[in-house]
Ligand binder design. Structure first.
Ligand SMILES: [Zn+2]
Length: 298
């Protein structure tokens, strides 16, 4: 076992490329995946607190977790992510009130996404960056789903992630700056124009694309660069179109949260965006023109 870890560490040290699959020793790999998953669900447990409390203006650390119905303090034994919910069969230990399946869902999702990040980046600084970004996106997605609003502080944290990513990825500043505006600016303009027409037609004052979605794409674009954010936007818009139709059929309300779809698109963009964009550029019919434009941006 220790020999395996040693070999894996040597292999890891030998591999310094960005986003290369790291062919760890199988034993080490099998040992690492559950650790990454458990770490992910523990962070996911904290994300639940953020998602619930931040929109209400409650402190994230002061008050201990409590039942939403009877206010009973949640016992230490019931704080184990996912498993406690399963043991309690989704009910409060004190009053028997149903506990939302959302809690274990967010925990499991965060855990699985961390494992996917580990698959893509191995144990590296970039994996750490990806995990932080992933968790911030989970918070934005579920908060937007619940409240149709985004917390500017979380969006600011996403934008700040652009600084370490600039050095660890590494990514050129020009690409990041283009990434910050190339989706956000069209989103802003569509929002403004649609607002004008919606006001004219219905008298209501809202935008086709909300400012929160625009800021999200600016912040994420700054992190991922244009090669990441462009496919992210395509995937987000496509999923939102499908999801929006389904949601409208189910709820009958034409207003729906765009954020969760964008967040999923951004995560895919962070994982595979550069590969997708490079693949697409390589398929374009005029290679001379492409290399000319590539030379401008790269
Ligand atoms: Zn209770």
């Amino acid at each position: 076992m220790y020999q395996n870890i040693g070999q894996a560490a040597m292999l890891f040290a030998a591999q310094t490329g960005w986003k290369e699959w790291r062919f760890y020793d199988l034993g080490f790999f099998l040992a690492a995946v559950p650790i990454v998953f458990i770490y992910g669900i523990c962070i996911g447990s904290f994300l639940n607190v953020v998602i619930i409390r931040l929109p209400r203006g409650e402190s994230l650390i002061k008050r201990a977790s409590h039942c939403m119905n009877c206010g009973a303090k949640i016992r230490i034994i019931d704080l184990i992510p996912i498993f406690s919910w399963l043991f309690l069969r989704g009910k409060c230990h004190s009053c028997g009130e149903k506990i939302s399946g959302r809690y274990p869902l967010v925990e499991a999702l965060n855990g699985l996404l961390y494992v996917a990040n580990f698959f893509a980046f191995g144990f590296s600084l970039n994996m750490v960056m990806m995990c932080i970004l992933t968790s911030l996106l989970v918070v934005v997605a579920f908060m937007d789903w619940d409240t149709l609003e985004m917390d500017l502080r979380i969006l600011l944290l996403i934008a700040l992630m652009a600084i370490p990513i600039h050095f660890t990825w590494p990514m050129e500043l020009s690409r990041q700056l283009i990434g910050a505006v190339c989706i956000a600016l069209p989103f802003f303009l569509i929002g403004e124009i649609s607002r004008h027409y919606i006001k004219k037609k219905t008298g209501e004052d809202y935008r086709g694309i909300e400012l929160g979605d625009t800021y999200l794409m600016a912040a994420a674009g700054l992190c991922l660069g244009w090669k990441g954010i462009v496919p992210a936007a395509f995937i987000g818009i496509l999923l939102a179109a499908i999801g929006g139709i389904i949601q409208k059929k189910v709820t009958g309300d034409s207003k729906f949260a765009f954020g969760p779809y964008l967040c999923f698109g951004i995560w895919i963009g962070a994982m595979f965006g550069e590969e997708l964009t490079n693949w697409y550029l390589s398929r374009l019919p005029q290679p001379e023109t492409v290399s000319y434009y590539s030379a401008l941006f790269l």
